[in-house]
Design a protein around this ligand. Structure first.
Ligand code: HAM
Length: 427
């Protein structure tokens, strides 16, 4: 039997995992500065949560969920995104009762969508996302967008395009909805069956259809921006002003419709321009979802957030040839010659690790030369050599790899010797 990894998933091996750790560390640090706290919700939820939260006319819910029945005959779903889970947790744990509001949260974790895998589109992918619940102030819209843009900027990505739109409040959306129905209804039989059922349920979704995207009625469909009422217009203007003041460049795209149902007012996506990307150029997306918490049984609560996948981010970094400052150096490699020395090497490694050094040694009875090679491969800063002579004297030879300098050091002084060397050389 020859086992293969499931389609649309990947192993992240040493050598690559350091990139993941680095960008995840960057995300955590950014969230610390913006005062977003981490939340960890389960990988699976009751299916109903996503039907309600994400919306049962969306592709995600209709075609892409990993849904299964557990042994207790409950319908569960591997989370396709994080927002519905965060909203559920916010309600269930009554986070709205905390004195510090809004509730600013972030998450980093795997999401699952049964999509046709291609570069940048996986069936399991990791999202970094933030959600701010409890404020309907445009400053938080700008803050969330700024956080997303800063994340990419600090990692060195270029040629980013921030696209924003307003989907309006309920009143504006209803007016737009009616206009869309009037627009599509006379010729709805020319559209796919999904769009036909979307017409009444959620005509906005038609604009996001992949099958009918070239139909002539798509280009002439009424744009939401023409249906914004005064309140929504003022709100959108404030968001734009805040972004302008922060010198975050953006373009307004009245056709930006997000793929999930919970959005209203601000919606945005960050795209990347340039060669090396196939059809997928969206790096992240988000927006405001003022009705979601109520929809899933909580108090009326405004919210806004975004999510990006680490997979697409790493692709973008690769395409732009950006190397991250990753140091994989080992502090010490302990080389032992002979059986007794090997025992001493294990003990010395143990002590060095206890003292805080990263340290490794040979476990395969390799010759001296091969052990030196291993030290090189690990980019060891120091090699600690124990031969028979040293063993008798209770010493080791320490070689500093960068300079070639060698010194015999008593074992009991080894950690303090290395500590001092590290400090003075700035290793
Ligand atoms: P979304 O647009 O469905 O929004 O996904 C956000 C990001 O997740 C995408 O821009 C992309 O980077 C990444 N992504 C989505 N699907 C895949 C995939 N199959 N493979 C790789 N990456 C993928 C949401 O998920 C919302 N929950 C975002 C949000 C948070 N809105 C408000 N708060």
């Amino acid at each position: 039997m020859n086992f293969k990894i499931p389609r649309g998933t990947q192993d992240i091996l040493p050598g690559k995992v350091e990139l993941w750790q680095f960008v995840e560390g960057k995300a955590r640090d950014l969230c610390r500065r913006y005062n977003y706290k981490e939340i960890r919700t389960p990988i699976f939820e009751h299916t109903e949560l996503f039907l309600r939260g994400v919306g049962d006319t969306t592709d995600v819910v209709q075609k892409e969920m990993y849904t299964f029945e557990d042994r207790g005959e409950r319908s569960l779903t591997l989370r396709p995104e994080g927002t519905a889970s965060v909203a559920r947790s916010y309600v269930e744990n009554k986070l709205f009762g905390n004195p510090s509001q809004p509730t600013k949260l972030y998450y980093i974790g795997p999401m699952f969508r049964y999509e046709r895998p291609q570069s940048g589109r996986m069936r399991q992918f990791v999202q970094f996302g933030v959600e701010a619940l409890g404020s309907a102030d445009p400053t938080i819209d700008a803050e969330v967008i700024a956080l997303a843009m800063e994340f990419y900027r600090e990692l060195g990505l270029k040629n980013l395009k921030l696209v924003i739109n307003s989907l309006g409040d309920t009143e504006s959306r209803n007016a737009h909805r009616k206009a869309l129905i009037d627009h599509f209804e006379p010729r709805i039989e020319e559209f796919c069956s999904d769009c036909q059922s979307r017409l009444e349920k959620n005509p906005l979704r038609i604009l996001d259809c992949k099958k009918d995207r070239d139909h002539e009625l798509m280009g002439t469909a009424p744009a939401i921006l023409d249906y914004l009422n005064e309140e929504s217009t003022i709100y959108f203007d404030k968001v734009k002003k805040l972004l302008t003041d922060m010198e975050i460049a953006f373009v307004v795209d009245p056709n930006l419709v997000r793929g999930l149902d919970y959005y209203n007012n601000t919606a945005f996506e960050i795209m990347i321009d340039g060669d090396g990307f196939g059809s997928i150029t969206t790096l992240s997306g988000g927006g405001r979802y003022n009705g979601l918490v109520q929809e899933i049984g909580g108090p009326e609560t405004p919210g806004i957030g975004f999510a990006l996948s680490i997979e697409r981010l790493l692709m973008a970094l690769e395409v732009q040839n950006i190397s991250l400052p990753i140091t994989e150096k080992l502090d010490c490699y302990v080389i032992a010659m002979g059986d007794e020395a090997k025992i001493e090497a294990a003990n010395i490694s143990f002590k060095l690790r206890k003292a805080g050094f990263s340290c490794d040694q040979d476990y395969l009875d390799k010759k001296m030369k091969a052990q030196m090679k291993a030290a090189d491969r690990f980019q060891a800063t120091f090699v600690v050599i124990i031969g028979e002579n040293e063993l008798e004297k209770g010493t080791v030879v320490v070689k500093e790899m960068a300079t070639g300098e060698q010194k015999e050091v008593p074992v009991i002084e080894l950690t303090s010797y290395l500590q001092e060397k590290m400090n003075t050389r700035g290793h």
